[in-house]
Ligand binder design. Sequence first.
Ligand SMILES: *[C@@H]1O[C@H](CO)[C@@H](O)[C@H](O)[C@H]1NC(C)=O
Ligand SMILES: *[C@@H]1O[C@H](CO)[C@@H](O)[C@H](O)[C@H]1NC(C)=O
Ligand SMILES: *[C@@H]1O[C@H](CO)[C@@H](O)[C@H](O)[C@H]1NC(C)=O
Ligand SMILES: *[C@@H]1O[C@H](CO)[C@@H](O)[C@H](O)[C@H]1NC(C)=O
Ligand SMILES: *[C@@H]1O[C@H](CO)[C@@H](O)[C@H](O)[C@H]1NC(C)=O
Ligand SMILES: *[C@@H]1O[C@H](CO)[C@@H](O)[C@H](O)[C@H]1NC(C)=O
Length: 299
Amino acid sequence: MTSCWLLAAALGVVMGPVSSLRVTGFKVPSIALIGSDVELDCSFSAARNAKLYSVKWYQNHEEFYRYMFSERTPVTAFTRPGINVDLARSNNSRVTLKSVNFNTSATFRCEVSADEPDFETVYRRANMTVIQVSEDGPLINGLRDQYELNEQLNVNCTSPSITPNIGTHQTKLSWQLNRQTVDGQTIQMQSADPSQSVINLRLILTERHFDPKTGLLRLNCSFTVGRPTAIYFNRSLELSAALMHPTTVLDPRPTQRSYKSKDSRSASYSSGGRRQFRLSLVTFLAVIPYTLWTCCNPC
Ligand SMILES: *[C@@H]1O[C@H](CO)[C@@H](O)[C@H](O)[C@H]1NC(C)=O
Ligand SMILES: *[C@@H]1O[C@H](CO)[C@@H](O)[C@H](O)[C@H]1NC(C)=O
Ligand SMILES: *[C@@H]1O[C@H](CO)[C@@H](O)[C@H](O)[C@H]1NC(C)=O
Ligand SMILES: *[C@@H]1O[C@H](CO)[C@@H](O)[C@H](O)[C@H]1NC(C)=O
Ligand SMILES: *[C@@H]1O[C@H](CO)[C@@H](O)[C@H](O)[C@H]1NC(C)=O
Ligand SMILES: *[C@@H]1O[C@H](CO)[C@@H](O)[C@H](O)[C@H]1NC(C)=O
């Protein structure tokens, strides 16, 4: 019996009193664009009879916003480098920062406290980094105005640069060809500037890469900062290139099919490919009867 009470007491020490005060919603963007307004959310729930005391926000360890539930003017905002609270858009569950800058970047902490008797306090925290994205980019290099069938498309796309360098795991460059995502042939390249990323795309152009009506291919490079669930920035560039002899695309003759399937696997054909292929087909067809004839008539 005593051991049972001891166990209960020990558990009580380890787990503390059963908590009813909780932060239920907490949202601090991990990235914010310089000059933008940023909303920080911190909502909470407490037991029905519990009395709340305060909500406090900290930038690193410095308090910059305080909401006191029992005071007549509940809000106090403190001046901090990079912190400019928009009081009209702030309350006990949201703080809006006006025009953030590099000094804003920090660990943000929201702390909610209950009133007497135990002043229970709960908190959540997260980091926010303010970034600046350069005006240029994404830039596409190496795209020509015109291509022949079976030529190689070899292009690079360079992202804008980001200050400070947040690494490449939070940024993404991707290709779209005729509004379809291209994956297979995309290669991540080493960039001279670590705040930029570069991707390369190489493929052999076939008829299916060009719009049959316009004879154009549309190449798009998209740049995003963030994850699919939280995109903080995106910009893309679309360029187009023309097929040099569009009539070959529109050629309805049935020979087109065999020509296409052969060439989509072969990189060595150049502009005269169609004629060369016809020639080799003729040669091949002529070789069979000749071989048969020489084999069957050794003398
Ligand atoms: C605080 O402001 C936000 C945004 O204006 C609003 O959605 C929310 O209901 C407000 N919360 C309280 C407790 O007034
Ligand atoms: C950042 O803070 C430093 C020191 O407080 C100040 O000198 C500087 O002007 C601030 N920069 C910006 C962009 O506010
Ligand atoms: C914030 O960033 C620092 C490093 O700059 C890291 O040590 C810390 O764990 C991060 N905090 C959170 C809550 O992600
Ligand atoms: C693509 O980038 C790589 C590496 O920076 C470079 O060697 C190559 O010449 C570039 N290609 C084009 C088409 O610009
Ligand atoms: C890119 O940003 C625009 C607005 O600037 C938005 O409408 C669009 O949905 C964004 N795209 C992605 C992939 O997030
Ligand atoms: C391609 O880029 C343009 C801007 O140049 C953009 O408006 C369009 O949405 C992009 N398309 C895709 C599929 O990303």
